[in-house]
Design a binder for this molecule. Structure first.
Ligand code: SAM
Length: 209
């Protein structure tokens, strides 16, 4: 398991390399992170459900992976969930859950082939972490959110400042694209991992203006 974490955290900005690692990990991913008590999907889903009560609203699961969030949201009633991810292997696992309306490959940090204001909610769990998607993706996420929509995202503490996430959120607040709506308390996304991989994190929520 530590080997998988080393590999995904060390891919740097190389999205092809990261996709390859996740493609290879995909069939074992749920068991691996489950054995470490993975908490991101629960905290993201809980904060999202607090802020977005319309279960028919279109929701984008950005970096959906094998679909842990799609499953959690659909099991409590959300019925219009789409997913994107850079790993075709992870998307194949997500498809098996039969809870997404659409699934597509996409790279967060590059322009998304999605219309403006298409979604009332965007969730992202475990995607904005060490060696993964960049803060520059937030402007595209703001673009695909409709006014009043919410973006609920887990961000690991070690990269919140150094990865430019605070700056990216504040920049979009400053230009009137969104406001900060809520933030969770600190928690450990992988409580069963080795010390070097027990990065604390929080879930942040922004509301599109
Ligand atoms: C730790 S997994 C989290 C998956 C799922 N959201 C969950 O919580 O189980 C990270 C996922 O983000 C995807 N990912 C990483 N960087 C990405 C990027 N720049 N664009 C799209 N997907 C990305 C990976 O392929 C992987 O499926």
């Amino acid at each position: 398991m530590t080997d998988w974490l080393e590999r995904v955290y060390s891919a740097g900005n190389d999205t092809a390399k990261l996709a390859e690692v996740y493609d290879t990990w995909a069939t074992e991913y749920d068991g691996s992170v489950g054995s470490l008590g993975y908490t991101n999907p629960s905290v993201v889903s809980a904060l999202f459900a607090r802020l977005m009560t319309d279960i028919s609203a279109p929701v984008l699961d950005a970096g959906c992976g094998t679909g842990l969030i799609g499953w959690m949201l659909s099991v409590v009633g959300y019925e219009n969930i789409s997913g994107i991810d850079l790993s075709a292997g992870m998307l194949r696992q997500a498809e098996k859950r039969d809870c997404y309306r659409t699934l597509a490959t996409a790279v967060l940090g590059q322009p998304l082939a999605l219309p403006d204001a298409a979604f009332a909610g965007v969730v992202a769990s475990g995607v904005f972490t060490v060696g993964h998607a960049p803060a520059s993706a937030f402007s595209e996420i703001a673009r695909v959110l409709r006014p009043g929509g919410v973006f609920v995202v887990s961000i690991t503490d070690p990269i919140y400042e150094s990865g430019g996430f605070r700056t990216a959120i504040d920049a979009l607040v400053k230009v009137g694209e969104w406001e900060r709506a809520a933030v969770s308390g600190p928690y450990i996304p992988l409580p069963g991992a080795d010390d070097g991989h027990r990065h604390p994190g929080r879930v942040y929520a922004m509301r599109r203006l």
